[in-house]
Design a protein around this ligand. Structure first.
Ligand code: HEM
Length: 391
């Protein structure tokens, strides 16, 4: 691929920014040029393996609460559970805990308001790029704006309080880590936007990766067994230790195969900041490029005749899953702007799936209707009802 494709001459489309401003403000997803370099420099170290490991117990805690709820439902004669709704809510709780903490009152309120804002935006903001779309649902747009104001002022008060106490109690969540960076700093306004960015960029994507995985494991029970065997060998029956998770190789292939077949982020966007030469073509300044990741991940020419089959083993000896082009598998984007939270989501995926598989087996409910749809993310539009059996 030409160097022009990967260079800094590509930014994010303005239309994408307008539509997503309430969610991301001027957070990492939105900033460009030198500003992006500065933000990325401060944020990347917060996602280091040792920082992430310290967050694993929060993930275990929220997931265990969810699974205890499932056990109570099953014991009361209700073994059918909509896992999409359940997992999205738990992933929201996990990202709020790992981003800014919710063990104190203001954090909990921010979390509730972010959730409400997500529901509102989902109703008002699904026409990405449609001119004047925010005027189609003016009530919802206003509601999102008011929630946004409340969230900003609550997060500002959390950050101000932490600035006063940072010497005494440095917090180990992402906000605490960003505030503790020596020399490089973000302003309070920038920190507010990064907290929102982590929430909106980080939980639904991970939840959908898990949801689609449970669908595929429900229809391929032999893979439930294989993963359970691997968990027994690698994790044993004791508590999950984050250092063991890298040993879950087959689970890694399954995650890649799910991200290939049902990529939660269905497209990656760029806009030419200047005229760019790519091989014999010139792409004029201002051109929007939407890379259709879903289509690329289902392209027979790249993947072969079995492109639509669930075959995790295609990732066994090849990080690209046997794809004929090294840029053909892009669930986390590409280049310098590749997803900064991917290791957090990989850790969360492994923890949640390990805990589910250790406690339950599951099959598809006859009520499931397969209809993957792109509404910002790629989601099962009618949810995912599964029938659970305790092990
Ligand atoms: C399965 C889970 C996830 C998927 C599929 C995913 C996917 C993506 C994609 C496709 C991009 C755009 C990359 C590009 O433009 O080349 C991105 C960027 C980003 N993601 Fe994720 N993501 C996931 C989880 C997370 C998590 C857990 C967080 C944060 C806690 C996060 C935070 C971000 C941020 C901040 C960016 C912007 C990076 C930049 O522009 O420098 N993501 N993600």
């Amino acid at each position: 691929m030409s160097a022009g494709v990967m260079g800094k001459s590509w930014g994010k489309p303005r239309v994408f920014k307008n539509d997503r401003e309430p969610m991301f403000g001027n957070g990492l997803v939105m900033v460009e040029g030198e500003e992006w370099v500065r933000h990325r420099h401060v944020i990347t170290p917060a996602f280091s393996p040792s920082n992430l490991k310290a967050m694993s117990s929060l993930m275990v805690e929220s997931t265990t609460n969810m699974l205890d709820r499932w056990t109570a439902l099953i014991n009361s004669g209700n073994p059918e559970i909509d896992v999409e709704r359940e997992i999205t809510s738990t992933a929201g709780e996990i990202i709020a805990k790992t981003s800014f903490g919710i063990s104190y009152e203001n954090g909990r309120i921010v979390f509730e308001k972010l959730r409400a804002m997500q529901v509102t935006l989902f109703k008002s903001n699904r026409f990405v790029g449609v001119p004047f779309s925010k005027y189609m649902k003016p009530g919802k747009t206003l509601e999102a704006k008011n929630l946004g104001k409340d969230i900003d002022s609550l997060l500002t008060s959390i950050i101000t309080a932490r600035r006063k106490s940072i010497e005494q109690v440095p917090q180990k969540d992402l906000l605490g880590l960003l505030m503790a960076e020596k020399g490089k700093t973000l302003t309070t306004r920038e920190l507010v936007d990064e907290c929102k960015t982590f929430f909106f960029g980080g939980h639904e994507t991970t939840a959908l990766a898990l949801t689609w995985t449970l669908l595929l494991l429900a229809v391929h029970p032999e893979w439930q067994d294989r993963l359970r065997e691997e968990i027994k060998e690698v994790v044993g029956n004791g508590e999950i230790d984050a250092t063991m998770l890298a040993g879950l190789k087959k689970m890694g292939w399954v995650m890649n195969e799910v991200l290939r077949l049902y990529s939660p982020a269905p497209n990656v966007q760029r806009q030419a900041r200047e005229d760019i030469k790519v091989d014999e073509f010139v792409i004029p300044k201002g051109t929007n490029m939407w890379i259709d990741v879903v289509a690329m991940h289902h392209d027979r020419a790249l993947w072969g005749e079995d492109v639509n089959e669930f075959k995790p083993e295609r990732f066994k000896d090849d990080l690209h899953g046997g794809c004929k082009h090294k840029m053909g598998f892009l669930p986390f984007g590409f280049g310098g702007r590749m997803c900064v939270g991917r290791n957090l989501s990989i850790m969360e995926y492994r923890i949640v799936l390990t805990l589910i598989l250790t406690r339950f087996s599951f099959s598809l409910s006859p009520g499931y209707c397969h209809s993957p749809s792109i509404l910002l993310s790629l989601r099962p539009i009618y949810g995912l009802p599964l029938i659970f059996q305790p092990l």
